[in-house]
Design a protein around this ligand. Structure first.
Ligand SMILES: N[C@@H](CCC(=O)N[C@@H](CS)C(=O)NCC(=O)O)C(=O)O
Length: 195
């Protein structure tokens, strides 16, 4: 598999995921600061012209949540997803696709956007943050004792959100991000991705 990425970008989430698998993969730099994402070769991989994206033979996958879902299923031996039929599968998928809810909630907060919670797909910033807190409090990982790709998604978003002071550092968030940051794969991804 080949991961298209760029340092200091949202590609860090997919990079952490690849490192969690423990399997070999290729990295190809798309320098978004010099406009490489707009080249036709790359637009053919991700029509949104953004990193990250993944290529696996003829398969092209873009959007962080989709990349994590694909990799977890492509490499089941890595144990990063409860299998179909597992009682944790529903929670796993819900959290795996919760990243854009966090992003929408943060955008609402920083722009002071007034919107009825019944109309906003994410409800409200407060609701998103409360639901996140309930998800990570009193247990090591979102699914309990078992780390999964969903933690890569939520851990990455909370880490970024608190680092840039976009999400308040509630004690449960700080403790959860600390657990994420203690993982060797997280640390390897930061060494690669912060450079
Ligand atoms: N929804 C996308 C967001 C990806 C994204 O926003 N990438 C930014 C870097 S953080 C990018 O490639 N920006 C370059 C551009 O838009 O020209 C995902 O989660 O994968």
């Amino acid at each position: 598999m080949k991961l298209y990425w760029c340092p200091q970008s949202r590609a860090i989430t997919a990079l952490w995921m690849m490192e969690e698998t423990g399997m070999p993969y290729e990295r190809e730099l798309v320098d978004i600061r010099s406009g490489a994402q707009a080249k036709p070769e790359y637009a053919a991989v991700n029509p949104m012209m953004k990193v990250p994206a993944l290529e696996d033979g003829p398969v092209k996958v873009a959007e962080s949540g989709a990349i994590l879902a694909y990799v977890a299923e492509r490499l089941p031996e890595a144990g990063l997803a409860p299998p179909v039929g597992d009682e944790k599968r529903g929670d796993y998928l819900r959290w795996l696709f919760f990243g854009p809810m966090i992003e929408a909630a943060i955008t609402q907060k920083v722009t002071n956007l007034e919107m009825a919670s019944s109309t906003a797909g994410w409800g409200s910033y407060e609701r998103v943050v409360d639901v996140l807190e309930a998800g990570v409090i009193d247990k090591p990982w979102l699914l309990g004792d078992r780390f999964s790709a969903a933690d890569v998604m939520i851990g990455s978003n909370l880490n970024y959100g608190m680092m840039f002071k976009l999400i308040e550092p509630r004690p449960a968030f700080a403790a959860y991000v600390e657990r994420c940051a203690a993982r060797p794969a997280f640390q390897r991804s930061r060494q690669l991705g912060d450079g």
